[in-house]
Write a protein that binds this ligand. Structure first.
Ligand code: SF4
Length: 481
């Protein structure tokens, strides 16, 4: 039986096997008469605990014995023959995350208002979610069973919050004893088994900065290339997280950190051929420092952790502008009308008059790019920086904006439409962190409101030149592009 690291995050009785949530029409699963609500208990005699187990135990097998508990209560044993590449066409219930046993002094769960979405209070510490979604774990309470599973099922890479290699400091930050804080042997076991690790440091002024940070980076660099990278992200304080042991991150602190880490990065690039230790974008923005170029980030190993997002955005924006200009030239050529780019600009400009809402941190970056776009194409796009009143403190990223914050900024919106950052919505449901549903927010605006990521925004711009009635086209783009 699979042990919980500590306790299940959700209070529910854990049932055996994994539940099927969907069966694709015409698939092998439907041929086997599997249905939503059925639970797969075993594959070839091996216990199935979740969909990762099913995937692992069924993969590459052409002859399988599958034990199923039907939703009607019957038990079936299915003898299955299939081609190696034949998919079952099954979707499964979500993984219930295991919880951590730490008491980190900077824990984001302590920074939530009481009214926040319940999922924001889940202290997940789960090697499966680390593998699947890049969630960080501390490895402090990982069980032997979980370690075996990571290795056997090749759940690589793993994302590990190291914070400091100095044990006293790590224990202090995590609120655990030194024995539990020491993950040296566990990391080594994973690395020896070929599991790759991306590490993270939540940088807390006066605790794990300066010399402690320097040692942490160099200790981890000793384990390169199997430790692939280190993300250094700043402590975030909300108005609810006011532990007196924590010192706020200031622009001066960010500037000093950039100076100190830049010299380490230069040294590591010369020795390892990679920057290896990356500072979070927030550190550059708060220091009012130019973000590094694309080469600095290589293949952007920690982009999900906010490392290199600004550079990636700027590059994508520039590429989009070039595409639009090419399109303008292509329009101009067949008709022979000189300066057709200007006409294209007029066409976009006439249609695109609206507002893009984002967090205060990213707003200056976005505004600069949008102003360039306006100057080239005649668009009239405005960027407004939305204050985060919900969390307060130094929270300024777009992803933590709430429905209430966006509503409060409505008075500054101009034009025919407004765009909010897609990242402020749950990935699988149109709901924001304060529980407001996106359609309710849309109802409170008297112009169309869209939730776009960069791709959605690019799609909107790219479609305008193909239409004479551009605004009609824009309205047809789904909110969740
Ligand atoms: S590991 Fe620390 S920061 Fe993460 S959920 Fe647990 S207590 Fe919070």
């Amino acid at each position: 039986m699979y042990e919980f690291a500590v306790t299940p995050a959700v209070n529910q009785i854990r049932r055996r096997g994994v539940e099927i949530s969907e069966v694709a029409d015409g698939s092998l699963g439907s041929e086997l008469e599997l249905e939503p609500g059925d639970r797969i208990l075993r594959v070839n005699g091996r216990t199935v605990r979740d969909y990762l187990d099913f995937r692992f135990q069924a993969s590459g097998e052409t002859e399988l014995v599958i034990n199923v508990r039907k939703h009607t209560g019957e038990d079936w044993e299915l003898n299955v023959e299939r081609d190696e590449a034949e998919e079952f066409g099954l979707s499964f219930e979500q993984i219930v995350p295991r919880q951590c046993a730490n008491e980190c002094i900077f824990c984001f769960c302590k920074g939530n208002p009481e009214t926040a979405r319940p999922s924001l209070f889940v202290r997940d510490e789960d090697v499966r979610l680390s593998f699947l979604y890049g969630n960080y774990t501390t490895l402090t309470s990982i069980t032997d069973d979980e370690m075996r599973r990571v290795i056997e099922q090749r759940l690589s890479p793993q994302y590990v919050s190291v914070h400091a290699t100095d044990l006293d400091v790590r224990a202090y930050l995590l609120g655990v004893d030194k024995k539990r804080a020491d993950i040296t042997a566990k990391m080594q076991q994973l690395l020896d088994a070929g599991i790759e690790i991306h590490a993270q440091v939540v940088l807390c002024p006066n605790i794990n900065d300066g010399e402690i940070l320097r040692r942490t980076i160099y200790d981890l660099a000793e384990l390169h290339p199997r430790v692939r990278s280190v993300a250094i992200v700043p402590l975030g304080l909300t108005r609810y997280l006011n532990d007196e042991r924590l010192t706020p991150v200031t622009p001066d602190f960010c500037r000093r950190t950039i100076r100190e880490v830049s010299s380490i990065q230069r040294d590591l690039r010369a020795r390892l051929g990679t920057t290896f230790a990356f500072l979070g974008d927030e550190i550059y923005l708060r220091a009012d420092h130019r973000v590094p170029g694309g080469k600095h980030y290589g293949n952007y190993p920690q982009i999900e952790d906010g490392i290199g997002m600004v550079r990636s955005f700027a590059n994508q924006f520039d590429a989009l502008t070039r595409r639009l200009e090419r399109k303008a030239r292509a329009v101009a050529r067949p008709t022979g009308v000189p300066k057709r780019a200007a006409r294209l600009g007029w066409s976009i400009g006439r249609a695109l008059f609206g507002t893009i809402m984002t967090g205060t941190l990213f707003a200056p970056v976005l505004r600069k790019k949008v102003e360039e776009l306006n100057a080239r194409f005649g668009t009239r796009l405005h960027v407004i920086a939305v204050e985060n009143e919900y969390f307060g403190g130094d929270v300024s990223v777009a992803g933590l904006l709430t429905g209430g914050d966006l509503l409060a900024a409505r008075k500054d919106v101009v034009g025919d439409f407004a765009i909010v950052p897609r990242v402020a919505l749950k990935s699988d449901e149109p709901v924001m962190l304060d529980g407001m549903r996106f359609e309710d927010l849309q109802d409170r605006f008297d112009i169309p409101l869209y939730a776009f990521d960069f791709a959605g925004f690019a799609q909107m711009l790219a479609h305008v030149p193909q239409q004479t009635q551009a605004s009609v086209r824009i309205r047809a783009i789904p909110a969740f592009a």
